[in-house]
Design a protein around this ligand. Structure first.
Ligand code: FRU
Length: 459
């Protein structure tokens, strides 16, 4: 541990402790805190990182800026869990304390082999003292590896690749390594922006987890955004799925309404050689969903956790005044059915459901949810319906359009709609300041943060 790390450890602990004291002393300072979602102890959270199950324990790292609720230099915060219900905060795992990651330990992934956890991430560096645009010049995106054998202590960081190791036609924006192994070879995908402002995914291979060679590029024929962040590639139900978080898409009807999007598509061909992504589909239609990551757990389930937040959004989060911002989604198990991605809350969450009640149709239409609840509704021949989630938040279905209307509770978030041929079922997870709505067994999902009227109270 160098002198900078030692000081950072102390500073982060002090910031976390003072937030804890603040929340213990004041109901108003803790009232927005979620009951079942992962949040930053203090400050800002963004992407989930390094998701894995290691020696039976689930690990969720996350992009963390403890000193500034509006974002600052990033490090990796760390939660663990035995059951994906109760999570324990483990402190900060990786600090920006080396010349190759001094402006942020950016996003990355975990790969498990031989009883070791290999963490790959992007070391972000912004150069100073120059005329830089920070796109084509002035920025480094270094690929770094750290190994841990116990999931608690992290070894020496090793810089594996720099910008000069990536293809020449790329800008400085290359990041977010996701690593896995297939048929004895290691593979890595990274998101990138070309000098022609086209988002692409680079595919690397390696025989030893340290020396990587770029072997292919996954891209759409037509430009689909200028930068593809946080790529993920995995086999699921007989398909190869690519998910990306593209920046720079224009809204198209009710699609792509957020500042940045997350989409998934099936790879046609071999991802190593001739593969191309098929049509992309937005994987969440809500206001707050970005940069998800998946992992295969020890039962072989493909599980996704996303960031409940969006960079550069034009709506706000009143929690900033309380010293923190954003959360992670609940873990969702993925499947492909008829070529379409389905997301369902992991079955462990059923254990949380106590005090279950069945409502009549009339009661249901006037249902107002408590702050934290799961609601499951099955429909038969539903032509239209409406129910209130709180005094202001309404969900309606009419003429094949499902509408989520946040009323005055959205702090700038308003309405989202999706066309649905037939509404068969809804599962809704409501927490103090968030909603996750799974439509038709999760073939469509809406994730949003939501606050009380004018941000005065939670749901
Ligand atoms: C996505 C992202 C990643 C990057 C990280 C930095 O939200 O921009 O591309 O690694 O956040 O916090």
């Amino acid at each position: 541990m160098n002198a900078l790390t030692r000081d950072l450890v102390k500073l982060v602990e002090t910031a976390e402790q003072s937030q804890k004291t603040r929340e213990e002393l004041s109901v108003s300072d803790r009232k927005f805190r979620e009951k079942l979602h992962l949040m930053p102890p203090v400050g800002w959270l963004n992407d989930p990182n390094g998701l894995c199950q290691f020696h039976g324990i689930y690990h969720a790292f996350f992009q963390y800026s403890p000193f500034n609720a509006e974002g600052g230099v990033k490090m990796w915060g760390h939660y663990t869990s035995k059951d994906m219900i109760k999570w324990e905060y483990q402190g900060t795992a990786l600090y920006p304390d080396q010349p190759f990651d001094c402006h942020g330990v950016y996003s990355g992934s975990a790969f498990i082999e031989d009883g070791k956890m290999y963490l790959y991430y992007t070391g972000n560096v912004k150069l100073e003292d120059g005329e830089y645009d920070y796109i084509r010049t002035g920025r480094e995106g270094n690929t770094v590896l750290v190994i841990t054998e116990d999931g608690k202590t992290f070894g020496k960081k090793k810089e594996l690749m720099r910008n000069s190791d990536y293809p020449d036609d790329l800008t400085c924006h290359v990041r977010d390594p996701k690593v896995w192994k297939e048929n004895g070879t290691y593979y890595m995908v990274q998101g990138a922006r070309t000098k022609e402002d086209k988002g692409v995914v680079l595919v690397f291979s390696s025989e030893d987890k340290e020396h990587w060679k770029c072997i292919h590029r996954l891209q759409s024929e037509e430009t689909f955004g200028f930068m593809w962040e946080c790529p993920d590639l995995y086999e699921l139900d007989g398909y190869t799925v690519l998910s990306i978080s593209p920046q720079g898409l224009e809204a198209d009807g009710w699609k792509y309404r957020n500042q940045y999007q997350t989409v998934a598509g099936i790879i046609h061909g071999d991802f190593r050689t001739d593969g191309v992504p098929g049509a992309f589909r937005e994987i969440d239609g809500g206001f707050d969903f970005y940069a998800p990551q998946t992992f295969a757990d020890q039962q072989g389930r493909r599980i996704l956790i996303g960031w409940m937040g969006i960079p550069d959004a034009d709506y706000t989060n009143p929690t900033v005044k309380k010293g923190w911002q954003h959360a992670l989604t609940i873990p969702r198990q993925l499947h492909i059915r008829d070529g379409k991605l389905y997301q369902e809350p992991v079955k462990e969450l059923e254990k949380l459901c106590r005090n279950g009640r069945t409502f009549s149709k009339e009661e249901f239409q006037n249902l107002e949810l408590p702050k934290c609840a799961k609601v499951q509704i099955d429909f038969k021949d539903c032509k239209n319906m409406e129910f209130s989630i709180s005094d202001e938040v309404k969900l309606t279905y009419m003429d094949h359009v499902l509408t989520l209307d946040l009323g005055n509770c959205g702090s700038g978030r308003t309405i989202r709609k999706v066309w649905i041929e037939e509404l068969t079922d809804l599962t809704l997870f409501a927490d103090t300041t968030s909603l996750e709505l799974f439509i038709n067994k999760g073939s469509q999902v809406f994730t949003t943060l939501v606050y009380g009227k004018q941000g005065k109270a939670g749901l």
